[in-house]
Ligand binder design. Structure first.
Ligand SMILES: [Zn+2]
Length: 95
């Protein structure tokens, strides 16, 4: 029982060491990789990246930006309405 526990601990330690080695390897390779400017994730084959103005963006963030752009007109209208409303409130308060 005690022996079993020990070997399990050793196994865990081994997997931690393996993980650290992997991290070091990935860090070593990072020079050829790019981190997303928005979310900080590293781009690789499964996470396509695009460079815009010397900065890198991952596909997930670009997709979110596209959603934002699709709703930009609506957003813009909302902001304008809000500004107009607060202006009217200011006027009615004599500010
Ligand atoms: Zn991203």
């Amino acid at each position: 029982m005690a022996n079993e526990e020990r070997s399990r601990k050793e196994l865990t330690l081994e997997s931690i060491v393996e993980g650290k080695k992997m991290e070091a390897y990935v860090e070593h390779r990072t020079r050829d990789m790019h981190a997303c400017t928005i979310c900080g994730n590293i781009g690789y084959k499964k996470r396509p990246m695009k460079s815009v103005g010397g900065r890198w963006f991952c596909m997930d963030c670009i997709r979110q930006l596209k959603d934002l752009m699709d709703n930009l007109e609506k957003w813009d209208a909302e902001v304008k309405l809000e500004n107009e409303m607060s202006k009217k409130i200011d006027e009615s308060l004599g500010l």
